[in-house]
Design a protein. Structure first.
Lengths: 130, 203
């Protein structure tokens, strides 16, 4: 019983440390290749980047429907990605209706590729140890 | 239980592995949804299915091979117009250019088998082998849908495989089955899969 508790404690400590590392202590893009990109690790931002990766551009409404979120949420998260240089946003008018379109930048595509590599490496490491 | 406790713990906790798998799954699903968004007009396919059923009825009334072929050629033109219109409508609704990204890939993948089908139709008709035409059409259309569907949601290539199977049956079945197989393929499969796509993938 004691051994079980110790093992559980050890596992919890490890998970906590790893989660802290995953969450990142910095606010922007990773500082080293081994760090998770916190900007796109967040679920909604990951969805935006993934959707834009397979389309030349997507409108605000398309993105909102694809990632199933509200106008406010999408604006905030898209803005963060825009500030990081991962997406570009262009505003225009179609008749009298304003139209906002998002596209993925080369930096954004590289960030997604790095993130995918990172996830695959984590899974690979886990498979080796199990 | 004791055996489990004395085993060394893995370097990474299982939760991390699951989370990474979950993230990859989420990325794939989002990409699939995003690709499908502009490429597949589900209700357009349903409409094409109904015009194909009408064409089957009209073609069955024809007494000559030429009349049968003309009926289906007219249906092919109507289907192309419906497909173009419904894709354009879907693209406009989402504010995406019609031939951008996945839409363009689908069009390029679908075109070669369609061109091959048109050429083979001329050859088979010229040599009086009209009974082979329905099987060839179903098979080649299915091939185009499978290759084009690789850029879309999983159900699209499944629809293509169904068309290919129906084409294979038409090629070996008696010629009297041809009208029924055309109705089941271009009519039935379009209506069934079109409805599923429209309901699950946004129109």
């Amino acid at each position: 019983m004691v051994a079980k508790q110790q093992a559980l404690r050890r596992e919890t400590r490890k998970t906590r440390t790893e989660n802290q590392r995953l969450r990142g202590v910095h606010g922007g893009a990773p500082k080293s290749a081994h760090e998770i990109d916190r900007l796109i690790h967040e679920r909604l931002r990951l969805g935006i980047i993934s959707a834009l990766a397979v389309n030349d551009s997507l409108t605000f409404n398309e993105l909102k429907n694809l990632v199933k979120t509200t106008d406010g949420n999408l604006s905030v998260h898209a803005r963060k990605l825009e500030d990081a240089g991962y997406v570009t946003c262009s505003k225009s008018f179609e008749g009298r209706t304003p139209k906002t379109e998002y596209s993925l930048t080369a930096a954004g595509r590289r960030a997604l590729e790095r993130y995918l590599d990172h996830m695959e490496a984590l899974i690979g490491r886990m498979r080796k140890t199990s | 239980m004791t055996n489990r406790l004395i085993q060394p713990l893995p370097d990474q906790p299982p939760a991390l592995h699951d989370r990474a798998m979950d993230n990859l799954r989420y990325i794939r699903e989002t990409m699939e949804r995003a690709s499908a968004f502009t490429a597949v007009p589900g209700w357009g396919q349903v409409a094409i299915g109904f015009t194909a059923l009408t064409a089957t009825y009209l073609a069955a009334q024809q007494t000559t091979a030429g009349g049968w072929l003309k009926t289906w050629l007219a249906e092919a033109i109507i289907s192309l117009l419906i497909a173009g219109w419904s894709m354009d409508r879907k693209a406009r609704a989402s504010g995406t250019p019609l031939l951008s990204g996945p839409g363009r890939k689908v069009a390029f993948s679908l075109s070669p088998p369609m061109i091959a089908g048109a050429l083979l139709t001329v050859v088979l008709f010229r040599f009086g082998m009209t009974s082979a035409i329905p099987g060839m059409w179903l098979l080649l259309y299915g091939t185009g849908v499978v290759t084009g569907g690789m850029y879309s949601v999983g159900i699209v290539p499944v629809m293509g495989i169904c068309f290919m199977l129906m084409g294979a049956v038409a090629l070996i079945a008696p010629a009297t089955w041809n009208n029924w197989l055309m109705a089941a393929g271009f009519g039935g499969l379009h209506i069934v899969f079109g409805t599923i796509i429209a309901r699950k993938y946004g129109g």
